[in-house]
Design a protein around this ligand. Structure first.
Ligand SMILES: Nc1ncnc2c1ncn2[C@@H]1O[C@H](COP(=O)(O)OP(=O)(O)OP(=O)(O)O)[C@@H](O)[C@H]1O
Length: 266
């Protein structure tokens, strides 16, 4: 799905927490949404998901029913069920202790595809999503008994079960061990679905994202390839941290080596 973020702003608590953001995440690619705590990443994801109406500008997506695939429809004006078939948002995990099995939680992602009689139009979608999130072995477990990392995999499976053409992930690697973090981002990148993922780990973003957007105090500070954007100057300006940017010996991607404050003096 094509996506254009055009001069988007959101006001919360009487101030602009997202302010005049223009961006075009490349279709079919994984875009990393970066920035310090409170920079506006979650708010921008909610705007892109159509859950929050922008106070300025618009988020345009390609009309799923149109022959011309250009980004033309403001996402917040799409009918809810149409939007739910095309846009999936994985929010930061809630740990509600719902009395459902893992399979039932993942099947919630299929609600937009149910017929009038409540039948899912694709019975295999839940199994495919569980497998993709490496959660098949958890399928019959009660949701309430899972660990944090297991719950995160199930949240991801539920988003994948929606079979979205725009996938929005808010800190999807939270709670996951290193191996699961790499597997998840490798998998998501391979989907070929337009994906925007808020990430705190700049090295994961550098390793897996084709494109990155950096927010700072609600504004877009930089956008482009990780190699172009993740410079020592950017890391210092946006995060207030000194860093060296190295080149990974096998992938050629940037690797950010942070300098702890005072390290040069010791
Ligand atoms: N409902 C609200 N009312 C008032 N202020 C809000 C509301 N929701 C978010 N904010 C503020 O908006 C700013 C951006 O919040 P947001 O959650 O989008 O940031 P973020 O980049 O996702 O942060 P983090 O990395 O800490 O999750 C923050 O200062 C936050 O306190």
């Amino acid at each position: 799905m094509e996506l254009t973020i055009a001069g988007v702003g959101a006001r919360l608590g009487g101030r602009w927490v997202v302010d005049g953001v223009d961006a075009t995440p490349p279709p079919g690619c994984l875009t990393g949404l970066l920035g310090p705590n409170g920079a506006g990443k979650t708010t921008l994801l909610r705007l892109v998901a159509g859950l929050l109406e922008p106070a300025a500008g618009a988020v345009l997506v390609s009309d799923p029913g149109a022959l011309d695939p250009g980004p033309t429809v403001p996402v917040h004006t799409m009918a809810r069920q149409v939007r739910a078939r095309h846009v999936a948002l994985l929010e930061q995990s809630s740990d509600a202790a719902v009395p459902l099995s893992v399979r039932e939680v993942v099947a919630l992602g299929r609600i937009p595809y149910r017929t009038l009689w409540g039948t899912d139009t694709d019975a295999g979608a839940v199994d495919r999503a569980l497998a993709a999130a490496s959660a098949t072995h958890l399928a019959e477990r009660p949701w309430a008994t899972l660990s944090g990392g297991e719950r995160q995999r199930v949240h991801i499976a539920r988003a994948l079960a929606q079979e979205p053409s725009l996938l929005l992930l808010d800190e999807p690697t939270n709670h996951l061990d290193v191996s699961a973090q790499l597997a998840l981002l490798g998998f998501v990148r391979g989907l070929g679905v337009t994906t925007v993922a808020a990430l705190h780990d700049l090295n994961l973003a550098a390793a897996y994202c084709e494109h990155v957007l950096v927010l700072s105090e609600g504004r877009l500070a930089a956008a482009g390839s990780p190699a172009d954007v993740l410079t020592p100057a950017l890391v210092r300006d946006v995060y207030g941290v000194d860093a060296h940017v190295l080149t990974h010996p096998t992938t050629g991607r940037p690797v950010i080596a942070y300098s702890p404050p005072g390290a040069a003096d010791s």
